[in-house]
Design a protein around this ligand. Sequence first.
Ligand code: G3I
Length: 333
Amino acid sequence: CQLNDYAKKVGLKYFGAATDSPGQRERAGYEAAYSKYDTILNDPKEFGQTTPTNGMKWLFTEPEPGVFNYTEGEIVATIARNTNKLLRCHALVWHNQLAPWVEANTTVWTPDTLRAAITRHIANVAGHWKGRCYAWDVVNEALDEDGTYRKSLFYKILGEEYIKLAFTVASHVDPDAKLYYNDYGIERPASAKTAGAKRIIKMLKDAGIRIDGVGMQAHLHADSHPTVDEHVQTMKQFSEELGVSEVAFTELDVRIPTPVNDTSLQWQKEAYRNVAAACVQVEACVGITIWDFYDPFSWVPATFPGQGAALLWNEDFSKHPAYDGIIDVFKNM
Ligand code: G3I
């Protein structure tokens, strides 16, 4: 029995791993590892769900105004289809990895032209994958660290209306996909950002706009991670208090200063175990996705030099202690 097998036994819908299309994988020069990598990725006992880490983003899907390209996203969507995995689709409206034309200083956006661009983007992209996405991250990372709205292009021109617009359009275009608000730093119950996420849910619900889920990305640190109870309380705030029907850990990884040692690996194990234990305890928690599974393909070392080893498989394909930690949690439920 492996991760997804056990997760399903204890009532989750899936344990998954995000992946990138081969040409985009984070560290070049690892082509020799692909066949081992693919064997693990494709194994339905290990992973019952996947998310493309890059290919469905605006930069790839609408590189020029009104010109759509689904090649990169299709690579991972096809892996999902061929290996019987649920597909989480990621992400429709995000301030990062936007196509240059959206951000170019030469484009003078007005509320009307930006509304039209967002609507066209979602209609086409969500329309293309209609019926294949278990869930869509409709709006990603709309909040600043202090819980106020991030002053993105979308926010500057449209205010919070852009969030309502994105969910409204997505709900019409793909009625069967679960619509999520997705962010990092919303794993603790009393954080300002968690309060911000709650405001977003409430705003949408008050306006009668469908939001089905909150995705807690959970890019965690081994040495200061949330407790089981903190995770549980946060998920209950989103689901039981505010009424979203599901929550999920959508981009889980736990970074450690490198080189790692036994102590830091044990902290990491606890961080992963806490997520698994909390998800199992909360009715609304449907699943856990790790943000890739193989350390060399993690985004962490390139973004935070001196940190890494954030996933469950080491460079030589041996597993981190956290792997057995998660399995133990599931076994003992
Ligand atoms: O396109 C080039 C490619 O041609 C080249 O072969 C490759 C290898 O160096 O680099 C490629 O671009 C990189 C791309 O990832 C694909 O690997 C970009 O430089 C790099 O910035 C980009 O990083 C992605 C990051 O989002 C961008 O912000 C990460 O892979 C991706 O894992 C990460 O994912 C985000 C989620 O979408 C939202 N939440 C946070 C999470 C981590 O940042």
